[in-house]
Write a new protein. Sequence first.
Lengths: 414, 414, 357, 357
Amino acid sequence: MADKDSNGTPMLDDLEEGPWPSFVTQIKEMAAEGKEQCGQLLHMLERSYRDKVGHWKHGGIVGVRGYGGGVIGRYNDLQDEYPAIAHFHTVRVNHPSGWFYTSDALRTVCDIWDEHGSGLTNMHGATGDLVLLGTTSDQLEPVFAALTEHDFDLGGSGSDMRTPSACVGPARCEWACYDTLDLCHDITMTFQDEIHRPAFPYKFKIKCSGCPNDCVASIARADMSIIGTWRDEIRIDQDEVRAYAESGMDIERDVCRRCPTGCCDWTGKEFVVDDSNCVKCMHCINAMPKALRPGTDTGATILLGAKAPIVQGAQLSSVIVPFMKMEPPYEELKDLTTRIWDFWGEHGKNRERVGELIQRVGLGNFLEAVGVEPRPEMVAHPRDNPYVFYEEYYEEEEEEEEEEGAEPQSAAST
Amino acid sequence: MADKDSNGTPMLDDLEEGPWPSFVTQIKEMAAEGKEQCGQLLHMLERSYRDKVGHWKHGGIVGVRGYGGGVIGRYNDLQDEYPAIAHFHTVRVNHPSGWFYTSDALRTVCDIWDEHGSGLTNMHGATGDLVLLGTTSDQLEPVFAALTEHDFDLGGSGSDMRTPSACVGPARCEWACYDTLDLCHDITMTFQDEIHRPAFPYKFKIKCSGCPNDCVASIARADMSIIGTWRDEIRIDQDEVRAYAESGMDIERDVCRRCPTGCCDWTGKEFVVDDSNCVKCMHCINAMPKALRPGTDTGATILLGAKAPIVQGAQLSSVIVPFMKMEPPYEELKDLTTRIWDFWGEHGKNRERVGELIQRVGLGNFLEAVGVEPRPEMVAHPRDNPYVFYEEYYEEEEEEEEEEGAEPQSAAST
Amino acid sequence: METQRRTDIGPPDFRNFLPPIVKANYGKWKYHEIVKPGVMVHVGESGDKLFTVRAASPRLLGTKRIRKFAELADRYCGGYLRFTSRHNVEFLLTDESNIDPLIADLATLGHPVGGIGPAISNIVHTQGWVHCHSAATDASGVVKAVMDDLHEYFDGTKPIPGKLRIALACCLNMCGAVHCSDIAILGVHRRPPRVQKGLNKTCEIPNVIAACPTGAIRPASADGVPTVEIDEESCMFCANCFSVCPALPLADPLNDGISIWVGGKVSNARHEPMFSKLAVPFIDNDPPRWPEVVRNVRNIVEVWAEGARPHERMGEFIERIGWPKFFELTGIEFTKQHIDDYRYAGLSYKRSTQLRH
Amino acid sequence: METQRRTDIGPPDFRNFLPPIVKANYGKWKYHEIVKPGVMVHVGESGDKLFTVRAASPRLLGTKRIRKFAELADRYCGGYLRFTSRHNVEFLLTDESNIDPLIADLATLGHPVGGIGPAISNIVHTQGWVHCHSAATDASGVVKAVMDDLHEYFDGTKPIPGKLRIALACCLNMCGAVHCSDIAILGVHRRPPRVQKGLNKTCEIPNVIAACPTGAIRPASADGVPTVEIDEESCMFCANCFSVCPALPLADPLNDGISIWVGGKVSNARHEPMFSKLAVPFIDNDPPRWPEVVRNVRNIVEVWAEGARPHERMGEFIERIGWPKFFELTGIEFTKQHIDDYRYAGLSYKRSTQLRH
Ligand code: SRM
Ligand code: SRM
Ligand code: SRM
Ligand code: SRM
Ligand code: SF4
Ligand code: SF4
Ligand code: SF4
Ligand code: SF4
Ligand code: SF4
Ligand code: SF4
Ligand code: SF4
Ligand code: SF4
C-alpha cells in the first residue's frame, strides 16, 4: 500500500484489487514499459475520480491524408499539467471479420502501436474496431503507413459507413444460416470508399448475425441488421430429444410452453414442430442444441434503422426484407443498400439516421422510394388510426374543365 | 313493387326487405301516422342515397332556457323542397340508469314526442341518451316542459359532462363488483349543473361497468372509466367445475391456457387459482359461470382518458386509481373527479379532452396536480427513454453567491 | 309560472322501473345460463329465476313500434323491459311459459331474437345521412344490409367460437366508437375540404388553422377578403377543421366511402383491450346495400369463424396466426395505406425477426 | 513515394487467421456442449472437436498483455485466438489436455474463465473519463467495481437461470447500446448546459438551436455578441447540443451520476427484443467503487436469479410477475421519473384493468 500511495493515485490503485482484471493494471503496465502518456493518463484519471468530472475536450478534426474517418481527435483541458497526453487521439483499425487473429497478427499490431502510440488499446470498440487508444497528431500518418504496410486499414468514424461486424458464424457455430464472416468481409471491401470518406448525412452501421439469437446485437445497434433465418423445417434428432428428457429436462415446461407461438409439442416420445407457425425464434434449438438445428433452406431477414436514443428515442431495426438468400456476390443486398443510401443522401437531414428518416417520411413512402413492395411482415400490425393519406382524388367533369385538373387529380403524399 | 316505386323511394324501399328490422319501416310507420316530417325525411334520405352525400347542414346553437346542452341543432340544405324538416333538432333525454323502463314510462315519452316532435327516436344514442330525433325550434321549450313534468330531464351535449351510463350490473348480473346503477344515478344527480351548463374545455364522459368485461365499453368510450374488480380470491364451486368438465369442456385448453398470467390450473379434479397472480381478467369466470364468481372484497379500478381519434389518435383510458371501494356517497370518487375538473378547467385547451391533457402535461405532472401518488400499476412499464426532467439541480457555494440562487436551484418541470 | 319551471331534476330513478324479482334479488344473482339463442336465465341465490329475451332493434324506432314493445311487455312480463348497451331490447320474464309466445309475437313484428353468448349482436352505429352533417356514408342503411346478411350469426342458426362485435361510424369522429371493435365499418372522406366563400364571416380563422393536426391550413386572402387555403398534400381528411368551421365541407360523392377495420376489443377478458386495425382501406359508397362492404364483412367473419378457437376474439385470433396469414386467408391486399404514418407510426413497424416464412 | 502509399485495402482476410480445424469444419458444425464454466466444445459433422476457452478481459488492454495472450495462444492452440462481441478473449483449442494448463496460466495472469451459457458475461462498456469528453461518469471503473462483485456469476460459482447481459454507457449517446440490456448502467447529466463565452466563434447558432429536441435553446445576445440562452425548464439533459457545440458543456460534479435500467434484450429467442426500462433514476458518482451502483445491480441480479425460470431473461421475468411486483421485490421506489413523458409517453400508460390487487 505504502508504495501505492506514493505514486499518488490511491483511488485507481484501489481498482487493482479484486478478482476482475483491472484496466488500471493495464495502464500501469504500459507506464512501467516507459510510456510517459500512460503515467500522465493515470494521474489525470485519478484527478477525474477526485473531481468527478472528465478532463477531455471536444475533439477537433484530425485524420490521415485522403481519409475523412478512422481517427477520433482528443485533447485534454489541463495541457500544462499533462503535456504527454495533450493530444491523445484514437485510431480505429478495421478488425478482421469475427475478431479472429493469429498471435503473429496481434504482435504486428503491438509492434506498430508500441512504436507510434500509447500502447493502450480497446480489444475491441463497441462498433467492433480494434481501437488504438491515444497518440499525437504527428504520429497519425506514420501509424497509418505502418498499418497498411501490414495489411491493416482504418475503420469508420463520422458520417460514413462504419466498420461492419459479424458474429463468429460458420467458423464456430452450428446455427449460422449464412456466412456472416464472408458477407462482412465482402461488403467491407466493396464499400471501402463509403467507410473512409464520409459522404452520408450521418453514420451508417451494418452488423451480421447468423441466426435470430443475434450475437452481435445487430437489431439494436445497426442501421442495417442482417440476421440469419430459415424457411423450411427445423431438423430434429428424436433420439437426442429423448436423451435430453432422460437427462431430466422438462421439455413441456421449459421448451414448449416458452415457444412464442406455441407451435411445438412434446408427446413424451416425439418433439413435434408445426413449422408453418414457427417464427424461428431459436428457443427450442437453444435449449436442445444436440437435438435440434435450423432448416437447410437458409438466408437472412434484412432490417433497418436501429440506433441509440439521441435524439428522438432509441429504435430497434424493423423488417424491410423478410427473407433474402445470402450468397456471394450478394448483389441483391448491395443494390438495396445503394438505393437506400441514394434516397437517404438526397432526403436525409444533417445528423439524421436512416431509421429517423424512415419514420419522418413514413415507411410506406420510403418503400416506394427504394422500390420495395409493402408486405405485412414489415409491420407488427396495420395502422390503428384512420388518418390515411391519398395522393389523388376524383373530380367531376365540370370541376375539371374549370380547373383544367387531370383526373384523377394528383398531389404527392407526405 | 309498383306501389313502392310510386312513392318515389325505391332504394329505401329495398331496405325494407330482409330479416333484420328496418329503420325505413320505422320512418314509414310514422309517416303513415300522419307525421309529414317523416315523409319528407324519407324523400330527402332517398335523395342522399342517389347523390351519395348528406343533406344536413352544420347545426346552429339551439336549446332550452337555462341549459347550454341537451339539444343538437340540425337544418337541411334543401329547405324549400323539404320544409317540414327545415329544422330537425335532436333532443337528448337522460335515460334511467341501466336503460330500465316500464311500459308506462315508455308510453309517457311516446305521448310527449308524438305531440311535440317527429315521433322518431334512437333507443338509445351511443352515449346512452334516449334520443328524440327531429323537432322544430319552437317545440323545444314545450317538449322540455312536458318531459320535466313527467320526471324526465335532458342529457348532455357540447362541452359539458355527458349523460353517464352503466351496465345492467347488480340488477341482473352475478358479476357486478359494485352497484353500477346506483353510482351512475348518484353522480348524474350530483353533477346536474355540470351536465346542463357546459363549462368545461370539452366533453367529459363517465361510464360504469360492474366488472372487467366492461359491458358499456367504458375503457374505450369514457373520459372516466369506472370498472368493477376485486382484491380477494375467486370463489370456486369445485363440483360445478367438474360438471363442466364432464359436460365435455376442455378446461385445460380453453380456460387455463387462455389465462393471461397462466395462474390457474386444472388438476382433473380441482380448479386451482393462484389469486396473487390473477389479474382479474374474468375469462375463467366467463367460461364457467356456474362454477366461478369474483371475490367478495370488491370495488373498482378508475381509469381516465378514453376518446375517439380526433385529432391526436384514439385513446383507451389508463389507470389512475388501481382499486377504490365503491360505496355511497362515493365521496372519494367525487372529490377526485372535482380535482381533475379543476386542473382540466384551468389548464385544458379549448376542445382538449382530459386524456389529451394528461398526455400533453405528462401523467407524472398530472398526478402531482390532482394529488395522487404515482404507482407502478399506472403504467404498462416504466419509461424506456433516458429523457428525465429534473426540477432542480445543485450549485456550488461560489456559484450561488454569484447568482444568489437558492440551493437546490429550482425550475418548474414541463 | 316561472317558479313552476322544473330544471335539473335528472332522470327518473331506475329503481322505480325494476321488476319485483330484480328488486328481490338485486346484487344477489348466483349464475346465469343460456337457455337457447337469445334467451338466458339468471338464477338468484334465492333460487329465483329471471328469464331475459333479447330482440334485435333497428335502434331508430318510431313511437308506434315503441308502444308495441310496451304492449308485449305488459302481456308477457308485467310491463318490465330494458334496452342494452348495443341497442337491443330485452324483455324480463319470470314465467318461463311466456318465452315462446313472446318470441312468436316479436317474430311477427319483425324482430329476431338472439345476440346472447357466442354470437354477433346488434351493430353499434350512428346517424349517417339520417341526421348528421358530417357523414361520409349512411349508418342505418349499411347496418341493415350487413345484418340482413349476417342474421344467422345473431339468431344462433350459425354457431361461432365467441362474441363478435361490429360497430359503424359514419365519419372519423367515430361516435360509434368503432376504434375497439372486432369489425369496424368506418365512413371516410378522401377529398380535402373545399373553402367556401365568406368563410371569415362564419369562422374564426385562427381557430380553423389551429384545428388542423397536420398544419395543412394556411391563412390566405381572396380578393382582399381574409380566408384560408388548404395544402392538399398534407390533408388526411380528418374533418376536424369542418367540425369547427361549416365553411370547410369535405363531403364529396366521388371520394367518400367506407373503410373496414378489424381486431379491436374492449373487454379485459384474456387479452387486454385492443384497437381495431385497418383491413380494407376504401370501398365506394354503393347504396342502398353496399354489396362490397357486405361481402368483405362476411368474408372476414367466415375466416374468423373457421379458424378461431373457443372464446377467441378476432384480434386474439389474428395475433395467434399473424397478420400476414390474415391477409392471405381473407385475400385482402396489403398496401401502403395499411402502414401507419401518423404520430406513433414507428411503433407499429415489425422490430424483430419473429416471422413465419 | 506517393505511388507506394496504400489506401482502401480493408482489413486482413479473416480466412488467414482461422485455425485449420475451423477451415476443415467451416459451416459444418453439428452441435456444441458446455464442458464446464467458460469452456465449450463444438463438434463437427466430421466428429472433429473444437474447444473454446473464454477468458475475461478488461477490454482496455496494453500491448504487453496482448503479447501475453499471443504467447498463451502459441503455447496451447497453435497461435489461434479471437475476441468476442462482448470483448472477452477466446482461445481455440483442439487438444483437450491443454484446457486446464491454459486456464491455470490465465488465472496467474488474472483472467478468470467463464461467461458461457447461463452466466453473466463481460460488461459491454465505453470510454468514460479515460477518453471521452461527453462522459457523465467513468466506464472502466464502474465495470471493474461491478464485476468484482458479480464475478461468481461469471465463473460459474453461482449458477443462474439464463443469460444476463449488463452494459454500461457513460452518457445518453449510449455507445454501449445499453438500451437493450438485462441491466443497463447509464451515466446521466442533470444540469442544463452552461453557455460559454464566445460560443458564436466555435458554433453555428442555427445548428445549435436545431439540435435541441425540446426547443429549449433560444437565440440571444450578450453585450452585443450573438449567443444562445437555455430555457432550463425544458431541458432534459440529452446533451445533443453539446455534441454539436463544445461551448455548451453539461458535465457537472454535483449533478452528474448514474441511472440503472432493466429488462432489455436483443435476441429473438422466445420474446421479441425489448428496450431496457428505468429502474433507478439517479445515483451520485462515488468513485472509485460506486458502492450504491454495485449494491443496486447485485440486488436486481439476486431478485432475478431467485425468481426467474430456466432461460427466462430479466425482461421476461418482470413481464411475468408484473412491474409492481418487481418494484416490491427490489424495494426500489417508484417515482414520477419512472413515468414516461417523452414523445410516445401515452403508449406506456396502463390501459387495461388487468392488475394484481
Ligand atoms: C469508441 C466507442 C465507445 C467504445 O468505448 O467502444 C464510441 C465512442 C464515441 N462515440 Fe459512439 N462509440 C462507439 C460505439 C457506438 C455505438 C455502439 C455500436 O456501434 O454498436 C453506439 C450506439 C449505436 C448507434 O450507432 O446508435 C454509439 C452511439 C453514439 C452516438 C449517438 C448516435 C445516435 O444516432 O444516437 C454518438 C453521438 C454522435 O454521433 O454525435 C456517439 C459519439 C461518440 C464519440 C465520437 C463522442 C462524440 O460525440 O464525439 C465517442 C468518442 C469517444 C472517444 O473519445 O474515444 N456515439 N457509439 C465506440 C466505437 C468504437 C469502434 O469503432 O469500435
Ligand atoms: C347522437 C350520437 C351518435 C348516435 O347516433 O348515437 C352522436 C352524434 C354526434 N356526435 Fe358524437 N355522438 C354520439 C356519441 C359519441 C361517442 C360514443 C360515446 O359517447 O360513447 C363518441 C366517441 C367517444 C368520445 O367521446 O370520444 C363521439 C365522438 C364525437 C366526436 C369526437 C370527439 C373527440 O374528442 O374525438 C365529435 C366531434 C365533436 O365533438 O366536435 C362528435 C360530434 C357529434 C355531432 C354533435 C356532430 C358535430 O360535430 O356536431 C353528432 C350529432 C349528430 C346528429 O346530428 O344527431 N362526436 N360521439 C351519439 C350521442 C347520443 C347520445 O347522447 O346518447
Ligand atoms: C346486456 C349487456 C349489458 C347491458 O347493460 O346492456 C351485457 C350483458 C352480458 N354480458 Fe356483456 N353485455 C353487453 C355488452 C357488452 C359489451 C359492450 C359492447 O359490446 O359494446 C362488451 C365488450 C365487448 C368487447 O370486448 O368489445 C361485453 C363483453 C362481455 C364479455 C367478454 C367477452 C369476451 O370474451 O371478450 C362477457 C363474458 C362472455 O361473454 O364470456 C360478457 C358477458 C355478459 C353477461 C353474460 C353477463 C351476465 O352474467 O349477465 C350478460 C349477458 C350475456 C350476453 O352474452 O349478452 N360481456 N358485453 C350488453 C348487451 C349488448 C347486446 O345487446 O349485445
Ligand atoms: C461468442 C459470441 C459471438 C461472437 O461472435 O463473439 C456468442 C456465441 C454464442 N452464443 Fe451468443 N454469443 C455472443 C454474444 C451474444 C449476444 C450479444 C451481446 O451479448 O451483446 C447475444 C444477445 C444478447 C441479448 O439478447 O441481449 C447473444 C444471444 C445468444 C442466445 C440467446 C439467449 C437468450 O435466451 O436470449 C443464445 C442461445 C442460448 O444461449 O441459449 C446464444 C448462444 C450462443 C452460442 C451457444 C452459439 C453456438 O452454438 O456456438 C455461442 C456460445 C455460447 C455462449 O453462451 O456464449 N447467444 N449472444 C458472443 C459472446 C459474447 C461474450 O463474450 O459473452
Ligand atoms: S448469432 Fe446465431 S449463428 Fe451467430 S454466433 Fe450467435 S447463435 Fe451462432
Ligand atoms: S424456434 Fe421458436 S417458434 Fe420455432 S418452434 Fe422453436 S420455440 Fe417455437
Ligand atoms: S360489465 Fe360485468 S357486471 Fe356489468 S353486465 Fe357486464 S359482466 Fe355483468
Ligand atoms: S380471472 Fe383471468 S387472470 Fe384470473 S385466473 Fe381467471 S383467467 Fe386467470
Ligand atoms: S360519426 Fe360523424 S357523421 Fe356519424 S354521427 Fe358522429 S359525427 Fe355524425
Ligand atoms: S381535414 Fe383535417 S387534415 Fe385536412 S385540412 Fe382539415 S383539419 Fe387539416
Ligand atoms: S457513451 Fe457518451 S461518454 Fe461514453 S464514449 Fe460514448 S459518447 Fe463518450
Ligand atoms: S441538453 Fe438537450 S434538451 Fe438540454 S438544451 Fe441541450 S439539446 Fe436541449
